[in-house]
Write a protein that binds this ligand. Structure first.
Ligand SMILES: [Ca+2]
Length: 577
């Protein structure tokens, strides 16, 4: 397989014309003559691009349009509102999928994550950062600086033309923009990352996929559909993936090559890297799995205690908080292991291997930033899109073997309660186990190494933060669509990066399914779809949500319910009475 670098080295002297942004550009002839597929028209014809190419890591005999792509990077005029001074920082936003708060070393894990931990020791670790508890809605908020406005109903209208994506915002700010990984905010032409501000985009436009062949259809018990995977405006098929393909590696390869190209362009770059790991199905490489053989023999109840002990030592958890032995939706290990103890252990061994692989790949990227001499002025962020996942598509079935691509299984509620140490609940819930995410941020030019912040932040804060770093205002009108933009819900984190205290959010809100929550200062009101009642917690004294104070503060409960209902109306949440 050729690397993108080797492709870039190939000479090409012939040219043809491609139309981009309404203008004619000179591009290598191969960009057209070798491509059997005509580029599809975008919904907005004025923004259509006629370049399309496949990642060269996919197959050697496919059309290779990457030279053309690089030419585009070097020549494209994205009409920034201001020049891009060299001093403006690059930004690399890394997100993992369905990973618990305690699954990386700097938050209490035994999983080997030296590179992510290094981001913390050389940067800033947040103890109170939040996502939206779910893949789709987290991505929408992270990309737009807004709470979702579609009421949590699927992907339709999750990102509208009244919203800027991070790609559009940073392109508007004069940045080169790239993305490698899982989009999950629309698969159709007009909705994909390439259509919404990303100059160079490669990955999964759908939700979870097979890690060894992303086009391999899901098993029947998961619906049987094939996931949508692509590169810019090209869609991939099952034969486009070689035998040694693995998404975590491929997304990293694309990130590295795109960063190299963008760093050479003279512009600052923004790159978004949403890995699909460690979301189910449990797929990992044998060598990575072997590192964890036998490490989970004592089960998830012991693991939760081991991680809690490390968190207490690290000072991440208050010793006065009451921590449950396990979430009440999980079985005791001694009961669960009777199903097939080796299989139960292997689930967690593979899950750990998936995170280990992410860390190895982040190490590769950090090395490239060093070699390019841009590490000091590049902000690198790492977070998770939601908490550890207790879902079990296909049921608890030891015939589904964790690891190989032929099988489809999951960690289940037991290991997920260990992942979410010390919190309650999981992905899709608005208790802390669903919405609390690790966040580490390294930016040596601006962030003091080895620092920690207890200031509360949320993924809606990223877009205003990045525009603040780029010294560009959020526009009233969408630069591509001319529509009036929705005012931002998020606020800049730049003061926090600089070691200052920022004015906190008055309130933060969550909703998924019928789960819901609002946080006001240290007070949090949460609704659980099982309990079907509002619960009130003082997070300063009880962030593990062990002591419901709702009956002691009824007026406060009413006040917070009103706040949440007002927000739900604004975001079009419709709840059954
Ligand atoms: Ca997720």
């Amino acid at each position: 397989m050729p690397s993108l670098s080797s492709v870039l080295m190939e000479p090409s002297s012939t040219v043809c014309c491609c139309t981009t942004a309404g203008r004619t550009r000179t591009l290598p002839k191969r960009a057209h003559s070798c491509c059997p597929n005509k580029p599809e028209s975008l919904a907005d014809g004025s923004r259509s691009r006629s370049i399309h190419s496949r990642n060269p890591a996919m197959k050697t005999n496919s059309c290779i349009c990457l030279f053309a792509l690089v030419a585009l990077f070097l020549t494209i005029d994205s009409a920034p509102l201001m020049a891009a001074p060299q001093s403006r920082p690059n930004i690399l936003l890394i997100m993992v999928d369905d990973m618990g708060w305690s699954d990386i070393g700097c938050y209490g894990s035994e999983i080997e994550t030296p590179n992510i931990d290094r981001l913390a020791t050389e940067g800033l670790l947040f103890t109170q950062f939040y996502n939206n508890a779910k893949c789709t809605t987290t991505r929408a908020s992270l990309l737009t600086g807004l709470y979702p406005r579609n009421g949590g109903r699927g992907q339709e209208d999750l990102i509208t033309q009244k919203m800027l994506t991070l790609g559009e915002a940073m392109r508007h700010a004069g940045y080169a923009t790239g993305m490698s990984g899982k989009w999950h905010n629309g698969e159709k032409v007009g909705d994909r990352p390439f259509d919404r501000g990303f100059d160079e985009a490669y990955g999964l436009w759908s939700g979870c996929c097979n890690f060894f062949n992303p086009r391999m259809p899901d098993p029947e018990f998961k619906g049987g559909k094939a996931r949508i995977f692509g590169h810019n405006d090209t869609f991939f098929e099952i034969e486009d993936f070689p035998d040694d393909y693995y998404t975590t590696d491929a997304f990293t390869d694309h990130t590295i090559e795109t960063i190299k190209t963008h760093a050479a362009s003279g512009k600052p770059f923004f790159h978004y890297l949403p890995y699909t790991a460690p979301h189910y199905p449990l797929h990992a490489k044998p060598a990575d799995i072997a590192k964890y053989k036998g490490k989970y023999a004592e089960g998830w109840d012991v693991l939760r205690q081991q991680r809690l002990a490390k968190q207490l030592k690290l000072g991440l958890v208050d010793k006065n908080w009451e921590v449950t032995n396990r979430d009440d939706l999980a079985k005791a290990w001694d009961e669960a292991k009777t199903i097939d103890e080796d299989w139960q252990q292997l689930r967690m061994e593979v899950y750990a291997a998936m995170i280990d692989s992410v860390d190895q790949n982040i190490g590769r990227i950090l090395e490239v930033l060093n070699k390019l001499g841009i590490a000091d002025n590049t902000l690198v962020l790492f977070l998770a899109d939601n908490g550890g996942c207790a879902q079990t598509p296909g049921g608890t079935n030891p015939k589904q073997i964790p690891g190989p691509k032929e099988y489809y299984t999951h960690v289940g509620s037991g290991w997920a309660t260990a992942s979410n140490t010390p919190w309650r609940r999981y992905k899709q819930y608005c208790h802390e186990g669903g919405i609390a995410t690790p966040l580490v941020a390294r930016w040596p030019t601006a962030i003091k190494a080895g620092t920690r912040s207890e200031q509360v932040g949320h993924i809606i804060d990223f877009l205003p933060t990045f525009l603040d770093m780029a010294n560009v205002d959020y526009p009233d009108q969408h630069p591509d669509f001319g529509t009036q933009t929705i005012p931002l819900d998020g606020k800049t984190l730049l003061p926090v990066f600089q070691g200052k205290v920022r004015q906190p959010h008055d309130n933060l809100y969550w909703h998924w399914s019928t789960n819901r929550a609002v946080r006001h200062g240290d007070w949090k009101l949460a609704w659980d779809k099982h309990a079907k009642a509002w619960e009130l917690y003082d997070l300063q004294a009880d962030r593990t949500e062990a002591h419901d104070l709702a009956t002691e503060y009824p007026e406060l409960v009413v006040s917070l319910i009103k706040k949440w209902e007002s927000w739900a109306k604004m975001t079009d949440v419709k709840l059954e009475k």
